[in-house]
Write a protein that binds this ligand. Structure first.
Ligand code: ZN
Length: 103
């Protein structure tokens, strides 16, 4: 038996529409088909959100301060990158980007 991660459950149609909104925003800024820096593949999948903690003091983690990011993973090698959603959505729009799995 291997320690493989559990596959993500399928997303609801509403959640798929949210992911498409994110992709559409990236395409609008010219980011439609990124090149993987590891394997040169051009197919990425939208992954989960990552709230990246930020601080002005490298020795202190300030609670509640973060960059709201979405992850993208290369479909071939798994290289993962983060996109800061504040470059594409207003803080109030972020509230409409929640995704839910079916079931
Ligand atoms: Zn890759």
């Amino acid at each position: 038996m291997t320690d493989q991660p559990t596959p993500s459950p399928p997303l609801s149609p509403e959640s798929l529409a949210v992911r498409q909104r994110i992709i559409d925003k990236l395409i609008a800024k010219g980011g439609g088909s990124p090149l993987c820096p590891v394997c040169q593949h051009r197919a990425f999948s939208v992954g989960p959100y990552v709230n990246l903690p930020v601080t002005v003091d490298p020795q202190v983690m300030a609670l509640g301060q973060y960059l709201p990011c979405v992850s993208f993973a290369c479909d071939n090698c798994g290289f993962t990158l983060l996109i800061n959603l504040l470059n594409h959505f207003t803080p109030s729009e972020l509230a409409g980007l929640t995704v839910n799995a079916i079931g």
